[in-house]
Design a protein around this ligand. Structure first.
Ligand code: COA
Length: 157
């Protein structure tokens, strides 16, 4: 079945929250306590409360939610991509690229750039961003939580 990406609907909140939290808690790039703090921002209640300027996209294959990306508009024409994640069983099938493509369509015209970070060791995430035309623009050593990060951007105009 074809992968379709859409904004989060009320009907998908429980599935999207479960997926996001599962993907986050399984990622090896942050200490456990950081991931638990992050996962608390993606409970069903938190997803229902997300306000204006935020965006949460889900990728579905029929009724199954396979991936998500989340972020928010910032002053000055920027969109911060906060998290992207794909169910471990569905990786390598273009779900990540479909999410980023849909994100560009959703924020294009409102934002000049999408920007985000990756841990300097997150090869799969960096490969996805490169494939999607993101440029690595900065490196921050011992930054959030004392960890090393790259900053990436995709110009939309
Ligand atoms: C990063 C992630 C979202 C990629 O999702 P995905 O659906 O597997 O990505 P895609 O199938 O769209 O792959 C796109 C490109 O990325 C690259 N890529 C993806 N996974 C890769 C891997 N494990 N190793 C090397 N390259 C990889 C490939 O070049 C691929 O292009 P191709 O299909 O032409 O070969 C997924 O691995 C994930 O959820 N990781 C855990 C969560 C995470 O770390 N998120 C980022 C932190 S915010």
């Amino acid at each position: 079945m074809a992968i379709r990406v859409a904004r989060l609907s009320q009907g998908d909140v429980a599935k999207a929250s479960a997926l996001a939290r599962r993907v986050m808690l399984a990622t090896p790039y942050y200490p456990r306590e950081v991931l638990e703090e992050e996962a608390r921002r993606f409970t069903p209640a938190a997803l229902r409360k997300r306000g204006r300027g935020t965006l949460f996209l889900v990728a579905r294959d029929g009724t199954e939610v396979l991936g998500f990306c989340a972020g928010y508009h910032e002053d000055g024409g920027l969109f911060w991509l906060d998290w992207i994640g794909v169910d471990a069983r569905a990786r390598g099938r273009g779900v990540g690229r479909a999410l980023l493509g849909a994100l560009e369509e959703a924020v294009g015209g409102k934002a000049r750039k999408i920007w985000c970070d990756t841990r300097t060791t997150n090869e799969e995430s960096m490969a996805l961003l490169r494939k999607q035309g993101y440029e690595r623009v900065a490196e921050y050593r011992r930054h959030w939580y004392g960890l090393d990060f790259y900053i990436w951007e995709k110009r939309l105009e």
